[in-house]
Every structure is written in structure tokens, then in C-alpha cells.
Design a protein around this ligand. Structure first.
Ligand code: ADP
Ligand code: GLC
Length: 494
């Protein structure tokens, strides 16, 4: 199949969270299955490995024609596979260059979201469609019109609208299928109704984009895409209700075309090869994990003692339930434990993290900022990982934690419910704790069980770590599921 993945973030070039991780790793896994894949994302800055293709496109939006340029980088993962021969050059990354993308942030800055985000992401979407027929990437040929578009979140959710409104009436992309990936239905791309006029489509499409009198990009995709993929089965059910944030009934109406696929984990999150660590380790030999724990304590200036280290890494957004941890903090700090937090986002939570450090100098560290290498060292060095998210479409950190033998304690929502099973020692089952009600009491209860097990039942603890570490979270597993959905979406059109 020919697959075009359109996204606001593609790691390692751009990332604010899991969306970037997914759109950076899934393409290589699809290419390894034999497909031809491109990603199209903005060129937010000059990426060292991305070169100008010389190809231009001219896109009409907001009453003007805008020139975009395409830059290109090969896929790092499939370059490695290419040594085997067969899949050489099957995955390419394109970056759309336009002055409106050259800013400090991806979506906004300290003053809030950028005022021209509708323009920026509509431009990306149009440029993504155009790339399929313009940029010669596969032995001198472009990807072509027989393609499956995989749009992601509201930013590129206009793909099916543009195909229906502009391209198919002109006889183009008639057999192209569309899949909308839902990573977070809490963000919908809602804009004032008058902005519809800038999109360059006939007003007869307004009903497909109108939600409560506003232009709503996610709604447009939910209504028009051939298939919808939420990033976990539980989340696919949840978006049909309250977690659809108003779009629940529309998701529900698409029930037969909506399914959940849990994300995978890239090879950079493998404790046997992770270069950020003081020592590598595996399920069979966990000795390196203790080396990592001591190194982490030393790095953060915590006493190098044999006490449970609990960790949290997250965007500091209300979604992540960090407030629940703050409520549980006085309880937790009564125990002989250490707590490590890494995150940035809400100014109020950043301040609370700093205050926590002052209040509990010998027990707690709150690292404010974004730090990829430290995230790896925390995953490796901690004993327990906390994810009390209010909602969590998939969540990646709990999966990294499973791979690193860092036992996750999570709120049983979305992908957290699908990936973490509560310990049941009598049946040799379970990989962590998943608490049901979103309350500090339920969270404290789960942490109590974890602390008790860590102190009193080390053999059960080790067995639980090993069960988590031996699970299969490779991207190949997810890519095979996406492959089926793409085939259905393409089949619907042909
Ligand atoms: P979300 O996409 O909602 O932020 P995920 O769990 O899917 O949640 O993915 C979060 C990703 O962002 C992970 O790769 C995580 O390690 C990373 N991350 C989040 N905050 C930070 C931070 N402060 N420093 C380093 N990595 C971070
Ligand atoms: C979103 C979700 C997160 C998910 C990620 C990648 O950012 O908040 O749960 O893992 O997308 O799909």
C-alpha cells in the first residue's frame, strides 16, 4: 500500500508528546512490512538532516496563493533495514516549509495558541495531499493518488473534507482512503465560524464542519473519514461518551468504523541497548537496574539509600492528574520513599513542584523542563511509575515503564486500563496497579499496596517486573493492526 501520514509532530524532528513519538515510529514499522510510506509535517526549523527537494506547491487559502517548499529526510530506522536490501527507501519524511511554521513553538507560546493556527494546519493538510503527486521519492516517482491518508488529531483532520470538496470533483484521488487517528479528542481545533471562509471550500460543506455554531476540525474528520482509529480499545469506547468532549454521539454514530489500536514502543526505549543509562539490563539480568537507581539518586542529589523511588514524567496538563499526586503528597512523604518528578507546562504545577523540593529536601525532586535523556534515566532508575491521568488515550510512559521493570501505578482509564493489569500474586498475574475511581484515596490505596509489596514480598515484585518486561510492545504488532484498517479504508473507495 501507499500510505501518507500527515501530522503536526513527527519525532525526532518535532515533538511535544506522544503524537510525535507515534508519527515518528509507526511509518518505519509499516515500511518494514513492505509498504511505501511518507510522513508530512511542518518544517518548524532547519533540521540538519533534511534537504530541500526543490519541489514547490502553490496553495490557495484565505484568498491568496501561498508557496510551500518540501524538504526531505530518509527514515533513520528504515535506513538500517535497507542494508538488508528489500525495503530500501520505502519510508520518507517530508517537511513543509512556510514562514508561518518558523516560530519558537509548535502550537503556541507563553501568550497562548498562535492566532493563525487554522491557516497553518490547513496549509499543512493541503500541502500533505499535494505532496503525494508532486515529490518524486520512490525511484523517481511520487507516492501517487492510490494512497491511504492517515490524518492525526484535529491538525490534519481536514484531509477527507479537502478530498471530497476539492480533489475528487476534479477527478483526483478517487480511490484514496482516509483514516483519522484520535490521540486526544480533548483538543478539537474549534474556530470562529467566519474563519470557514478562509478554507477555500464551498459553503455547502459548512454543515460537515459546524459544531455548535463553530468551525470544528475534529468533527469534520469524525464525520467524513473512512475509518477512525483511537489509540486504545478502551479509549475508542470512551470517546463515544464524555471523553468525546461533546462529539461523543458522533463517534458513537461511526461505531462500526471506529476501533482502538494501542501504540507501540520504539527501539530507543530498550533497557538492553539504551545509551542514556549508566548500565543496561534485561528481564533475565536486572542487576544493571540497581546501578541505574544509584546513578539517578546521585544525579539528583538524593540520598543513595535502598528505598522505593517513585517517578512521574508528564506534560503538566490537567489531563495528567498531577493534582491527585499533589493531594496524596503529604501521605506519601510520611513514608520512607523518594519521589522524582519531571515535567513542564502549567505554571501553577511547576511552582508546586519547586515548593515540594523545598519542603522535602531529602525525599523529593521536581525537575521543571523537558529533558529526553533524564526521562530515560528516570524510567530506568525508578522502582514505580505514577500515572494518575484523568483520561489517557493511550499513554506511552507506562509502556516504557513496563519495559524498564518500573512498576506502573495508573488510573484505569483509556490505554492505561488496556496496558496495566493489577497484581494478583495468587495467580501469578499482573504488571502493576490500576485504580478505578479518580480519587486521592484510591490512588493512595494503590500506592500502599505497591509499597507493601516492594518492602515485604521482593520475589513477587521481581516476578511482576519480569512479566511486564517480557510483554511484546513492538511497533510491528501495532503496524499490523493499522495495515488492516488501511486496507479497509482503501477498499471502501475502490
Ligand atoms: P502525551 O502525548 O499525552 O504527552 P504520552 O504518554 O503518550 O503522553 O507521551 C508522552 C511523551 O512525552 C513520552 O515520550 C514522554 O517521555 C515525553 N515527555 C513528556 N514530558 C516530558 C519531559 N518533561 N521531559 C522529557 N520527556 C517528556
Ligand atoms: C496523546 C495522548 C496520549 C497518547 C499519545 C500518542 O498525546 O494524550 O495518551 O499516548 O497521544 O497516541
Amino acid at each position: 500500500m501507499n500510505i501518507a501520514i500527515l501530522a503536526a509532530e513527527v519525532a525526532p524532528w518535532s515533538k511535544t508528546g506522544g503524537l510525535g513519538d507515534v508519527c515518528g515510529a509507526l511509518p518505519g514499522a509499516l515500511a518494514a512490512l513492505g509498504h511505501r510510506v511518507i510522513t508530512v509535517s511542518p518544517r518548524y526549523k532547519a533540521y540538519a538532516d533534511a534537504v530541500d527537494t526543490g519541489v514547490r506547491a502553490y496553495i490557495h487559502l484565505y484568498g491568496q496563493t501561498h508557496e510551500v517548499r518540501y524538504f526531505h529526510a530518509p527514515d533513520p530506522a528504515s535506513a538500517a533495514v535497507a542494508h538488508g536490501g528489500a525495503t530500501a527507501g520505502r519510508c520518507h519524511h517530508l517537511f513543509v516549509d512556510h514562514p508561518s511554521f518558523h516560530r519558537g513553538g509548535i502550537y503556541g507560546d507563553s501568550h497562548g495558541s498562535y492566532g493563525d493556527n487554522l491557516f497553518r494546519f490547513a496549509l499543512l493538510t493541503r500541502a500533505g495531499i499535494e505532496a503525494c503527486t508532486r515529490v518524486p521519492l520512490f525511484d523517481g516517482e511520487p507516492l501517487g493518488e492510490d494512497v491511504v491518508f492517515h490524518a492525526n488529531d484535529w491538525h490534519t483532520a481536514l484531509v477527507p473534507l479537502y478530498l471530497d470538496a476539492l480533489y475528487r470533483p476534479a477527478g483526483r484521488f478517487r480511490r484514496a482512503g482516509t483514516v483519522l487517528g484520535i490521540h486526544n479528542a480533548g483538543h478539537q481545533g474549534a474556530f470562529a465560524a467566519h474563519q470557514f471562509a478562509g478554507l477555500d471550500v464551498s459553503s455547502r460543506w459548512w454543515p460537515n464542519t459546524d459544531f455548535s455554531g463553530q468551525l470544528n476540525l475534529l468533527k469534520t474528520g469524525v464525520v467524513l473519514a473512512d475509518r477512525i482509529v483511537a489509540v486504545s480499545p478502551t479509549y475508542a469506547r470512551e470517546v463515544c461518551g464524555e471523553l468525546g468532549f461533546g462529539l461523543g454521539h458522533l463517534f458513537g454514530a461511526r461505531g462500526r468504523d471506529l476501533l482502538g489500536i494501542v501504540n507501540g514502543v520504539g527501539e530507543e526505549w530498550n533497557p538492553e541497548t539504551d545509551k542514556h543509562l549508566a548500565a543496561q539490563f534485561s528481564a533475565d539480568d536486572l542487576s544493571g537496574k540497581l546501578v541505574c537507581k544509584r546513578a539517578l539518586q546521585r544525579e539528583l542529589g538524593l540520598p543513595e539509600r535502598d528505598v522505593p523511588v517513585l517517578a512521574l514524567i508528564a506534560r503538566l496538563d490537567p489531563q495528567k492528574g498531577v493534582d491527585l499526586l499533589m493531594q496524596a503528597l503529604p501521605w506519601l512523604m510520611q513514608h520512607d520513599v523518594q519521589l522524582v518528578m519531571l515535567g513542564s507546562g502549567s505554571a501553577a504545577l511547576e511552582q508546586q513542584m519547586r515548593e515540594m523540593e523545598w519542603a522535602y529536601r531529602d525525599k523529593a525532586r521536581g525537575w521543571v523542563g523537558y529533558n529526553e535523556a533524564l526521562a530515560h534515566r528516570i524510567e530506568a532508575g525508578a522502582d514505580m511509575f505514577l500515572m494518575p491521568s484523568r483520561f489517557e488515550p493511550c499513554g506511552l510512559n507506562q509502556i516504557y515503564s513496563l519495559r524498564y521493570g518500573t512498576v506502573p501505578i495508573v488510573h484505569a482509564t483509556g490505554g492505561l486500563a488496556d496496558t496495566v493489569e493489577t497484581l494478583n500474586p495468587s495467580q501469578d498475574r499482573g504488571t502493576g496497579w490500576a485504580f478505578r475511581s479518580f480519587t486521592a484515596d484510591a490512588f493512595i490505596d494503590a500506592m500502599s499496596w505497591a509499597l507493601l509489596t516492594w518492602w515485604r514480598f521482593p520475589a513477587e515484585w521481581r516476578a511482576m517486573q519480569q512479566r511486564g518486561m517480557r510483554q511484546d510492545w513492538t511497533w510491528e504488532r501495532s503496524a499490523r493492526a493499522y495495515e488492516r484498517v488501511y486496507a479497509e479504508a482503501a477498499g471502501r473507495r475502490s
